[in-house]
Structures are given as C-alpha cells and as structure tokens.
Design a protein around this ligand. Structure first.
Ligand SMILES: Nc1ncnc2c1ncn2[C@@H]1O[C@H](COP(=O)(O)OP(=O)(O)OP(=O)(O)O)[C@@H](O)[C@H]1O
Ligand SMILES: [Mg+2]
Length: 347
C-alpha cells in the first residue's frame, strides 16, 4: 500500500517504523526493501561532472554516510536524493519512488537537513516548526503537540518563544533537525549535521541521531569528520571528485586500507621529507614483525603506518632519531582517506 502523500494527524502520531511496507513504484524486490538505491547516478553542471556515475544502496533502518573532502559531490548527491536537483543520468529510488517523477511523495517521506540552515530568522523557534508542518498539510492542533515533543527532543523547550536570530549556531542546527522531523520521516538526510558545532553540541546531536536510528529511521549523512562517521555510520562510501573510492563499515575500511596503528612524529617542518626517507630505510627491513607499511609526509608531521606502532617508535629511538613529539594511535578513517586519495581530509 502506498503511503499517503500527506501525513495525516492520525498516522503521524509516532515515528514510522522501519518495518512499514515499502512504497510502490518500480515493483522490484531490491528497491522495495531498500530505503535508497542509486545506479550510475550522475550530475553535470555544464561540462563539469560533480557526481560521476556512482552506485549505492541504503537499507531501511541503516545509517549510511558519504565521506569526502570539499567539492566531492556530497551535497549534490543529497540534493538529488531529496528531489531538489535533477540528475543528469542514472536511476534513483527513494522509498521505492523516483524523486524526479514523484517529488512531492518522496519529500513527504524525507526529513532534510541542508548544509546551510534555512530557518526563518524572523519567526520564533516554535513557529518555525509549525510553519514547516503546515507545508506538509499537517493539522494545526496536532502540530502544536508535535512541536512541543520535538522541542523537548532537541532540548529547545526553554527557547520555544525566542526568535531564531537570537539562537546560537548549535541551537539553530538542533532546530533545523527538529523541524525536519515534523513529518515523522522514514529517511533523514543530514548534510554535515555538526559542522561548526562545539564538541558538546556535537555529542548532543549524535545522541539524538542515535535515538532516531534506534527508532528505525534511516539516516543518510555527509561529513568530513572522521569521528562522526565512525560514531554514526553503519556503512559509508568514501567519495572524491564525484566518484566512490571505497565502501564498507568504518572498521572494515580501516582494516582494508590501513595498518592497525599509526605513529605520528614531528621533527620540524623542514626536516620531514629527509626524515621520511630515513625512517623508511630503518623500518622497511623490519616490515614483518612491525607490520610496517609506509610513511606519509604531511605538512606538519610524519605518519608511520605500522600494526605495532609502539615497537616502531622504539626502533626510531634505538636508531638515535629524536622526534620533537611522538604519538601512537589507532588508525582512523582519515588514514583510509589519505591512503585512497593521497590527500588529507582534515581542514
Ligand atoms: N549549482 C552549481 N553549479 C555549478 N557547479 C556546482 C553547483 N553546485 C555544486 N557545484 C560544483 O560541484 C562540485 C561538488 O559540489 P558539492 O556541493 O556537491 O560538494 P560537497 O562534497 O558537498 O562539498 P563540501 O564538503 O564543501 O560541502 C563542486 O566542484 C561545486 O563547485
Ligand atoms: Mg556539501
């Protein structure tokens, strides 16, 4: 049974379950049990290709990430999912529907958090949610109760009557998320949900997103924060220049593309290239016991990739090399990205 285009007061009483029947549309089993299926998805702006024939599939209830640097095509892909940008070629199903042909029906099932907050600054916090709900045709009385629930969820109850322009950046972001939940979306699209927020505000948001996921909402998010991707995503694609570089769970990607640990060394900017060679000469003969792979040169430090980074550090000290600082850490998605693209993701 197709869902109604507009969420009625009665059916919008709680979040929609992930197990709810899929939409109609193309009738294929694969599309029916997936939240999103994109095939050879492409977006060109004139002769420039922003999204270059990518394939991905997001299961219902999954938390799926697009990780990539500035300009990778993440927002462009999100806009095509959200039925606000037309694709140049390829196919796309969102909840079994084609966003281009069934835009309003797709939008009714989505909650969209764009990269830039687009709240109405003139209105109060409460009115922002109510106005947005009216856009979906939700009844006023029902919306009043729903808005109170969402403000509580976003920890903005005390600010309900404040004008949006008086909110902090983190509060605005939480309001944008609360607003996107007004229609109890099956799928929540979050374009860099926590960029610009302080660590505490980020953790509050992560907690809220985690709760939504527990309730069965499908989350699709873009980020260039590794920790965010590692915390929130069951699975992700690493995107660069409109193409998928790798796909998998965070720990799976780290296992496939990096060593278990990394040794970070600082010798001073001007000595990095020279020291990198020395380190490689030192460690390459011990590749086996150390699980040594290679050295990366960053502008401010060297990254020594080795499963046993502590032992690699001992070897460095024994050889008489004296770094100014040293740090042993586990590999992260940042290392995966660096390995795959030769570039660092950290701004
Ligand atoms: N409307 C547009 N017209 C022309 N080019 C565009 C348009 N929108 C995006 N682009 C280009 O497409 C590429 C991908 O942009 P997009 O906004 O999708 O990147 P992103 O991965 O979201 O980056 P960021 O991390 O900076 O948000 C960029 O090179 C951008 O300049
Ligand atoms: Mg973007």
């Amino acid at each position: 049974m197709p869902r109604p285009l507009r969420t009625s007061g009665a059916s919008a009483a709680g979040p929609q379950s992930a197990a709810a029947p899929a939409g109609p549309a193309d009738g294929s089993a694969a599309a029916e049990d997936a939240a999103i299926v994109a095939t050879a998805l492409t977006k060109q702006y004139g002769t420039f290709t922003a999204v270059d024939g990518i394939d991905f599939r997001v299961a219902r209830g999954e938390s799926f990430g697009l990780l990539g640097p500035n300009g990778a095509g993440k927002s462009t892909a999100m806009r095509m999912i959200a039925a606000v940008a037309a694709r140049t070629s390829g196919t796309m199903r969102v909840a079994g529907l084609d966003p281009e042909r069934q835009g309003p029906a797709v939008r009714a099932r989505l909650g969209v958090i764009p990269q830039q907050d687009n709240l109405d600054e003139e209105l109060s916090v409460r009115e922002n949610i109510i106005m947005y709900g009216r856009y979906f045709g939700l009844p006023r009385r029902w919306l009043r109760a729903k808005t109170a629930e969402l403000l509580e969820f976003a920890q903005l109850t005390a600010k309900a009557g404040s004008r949006v322009e008086d909110l902090s950046g983190g509060m605005k972001r939480r309001l944008t998320i609360a607003r996107a939940l007004v229609n109890d979306p099956e799928i929540l699209l979050l374009d860099e949900p926590t960029t610009g927020l302080d660590p505490q505000a980020r953790h509050i948001l992560w907690d809220r997103l985690f709760r939504l996921k527990e309730r069965g909402t499908t989350l699709v998010l873009t980020t260039h924060h590794m920790d965010e991707a590692e915390q929130l995503c069951d699975r992700l694609i690493v995107v660069d220049q409109g193409r998928i570089m790798a796909e998998g769970g965070p720990s799976e990607l780290i296992r496939a593309h990096s060593t278990r640990e990394v040794l970070e060394l600082r010798f001073g900017m001007d000595r990095n290239a020279e020291l990198a060679e020395q380190l490689d000469t030192l460690l390459a003969p011990r590749a086996e016991p150390l699980g040594y792979s290679h050295v990366e040169i960053l502008p401010d430090r060297l990254l020594v990739y080795a499963d046993a980074a502590e032992s690699a550090l001992e070897a460095v000290h024994t050889a008489g090399l004296r770094p100014m600082t040293s740090l042993v850490r586990r590999s992260s998605l940042e290392d995966v990205f660096l390995r795959l693209t030769g570039r660092s993701l950290v701004e």
